[in-house]
Design a protein around this ligand. Structure first.
Ligand code: DC
Length: 226
């Protein structure tokens, strides 16, 4: 019996990866893995412990003694960090402002990449991030690269933050998104880029349902030829 494929979804901040990946996983009965949440949990821990996000050694030692767990629940994914529920805390402006620096740390990437490969090892997974198709699962059966205009991506992030009750301004969120893009694309280790064999899907002006449907069809087509 097939154990299910590995679906890699990458793209910049606000391209719609989270919403779409969750829908695809639900449709296929696969496990959804939000790798950004894992980087966020490590950044949250650094802030909590007063470790400077730019202190490479300090953050490297921190990630080795941190346990991040993703728990699928009917109402969404819950994120745990050393036994503490950090699902909401990791989305704060404070964590968002430093997570790019934490994610640029090669030791952090090494540890989390290993955990992500473990999570995908039995197949039947939709994994979402920046380097899934290129580094974490280069042999994933289905690879998708989501894009959208900066304006639309900033607006989506802004609406998410407002919905959580954060009093942010659109122009500040646009700047956060722009900086996050720049960090993710320019870092030396595992920069954000499209895998050569990824299908590019532009989500500007499209609903998450529509995009999820397109990806489910890609997975079904790939499963059919196995
Ligand atoms: O998708 P997100 O905004 O929750 O990601 C949080 C941060 O982690 C963002 O700075 C990009 C980074 N990230 C990464 O470097 N590699 C991944 N696979 C996922 C996220």
């Amino acid at each position: 019996m097939s154990r299910g494929l590995r679906v890699a979804i990458d793209g910049p901040t606000g391209a719609g990866k989270g919403t779409v990946a969750r829908m695809v996983a639900e449709r296929l009965g696969y496990r959804y893995v939000d790798t950004g949440a894992m980087y966020r949990a490590v950044a949250w821990k650094a802030l909590r412990e007063g470790v400077d996000p730019d202190d490479a050694e300090g953050v490297a030692s921190l990630v080795r003694r941190t346990r991040v767990a993703l728990e699928p629940r009917a109402d969404g994914l819950r994120v745990w960090c050393d036994g503490e529920d950090v699902t909401e805390a990791i989305r704060s402006v404070e964590v968002s402002a430093v997570v790019g620096r934490v994610a640029a740390n090669p030791a952090v990437r090494r540890v989390l990449t290993e955990q992500q490969r473990q999570l995908a090892s039995s197949g039947g997974v939709v994994m979402e991030g920046r380097d899934i198709g290129t580094v974490v699962l280069p042999d994933a059966e289905v690879k998708v690269y989501l894009e959208a205009s900066l304006e639309e991506r900033a607006r989506r992030r802004y609406e998410e933050m407002r919905a959580r009750g954060e009093g942010v301004l659109l122009e500040d969120v646009r700047e956060l998104v722009r900086q996050d893009d720049e960090m993710a694309r320019s870092r030396a280790t595992a920069p954000l880029r499209r895998a050569e064999d990824a299908v590019v899907v532009d989500t500007t002006g499209r609903s998450p349902e529509e995009v999820a449907e397109e990806i489910v069809r890609l997975v079904e087509a790939r499963a059919g030829v196995k």
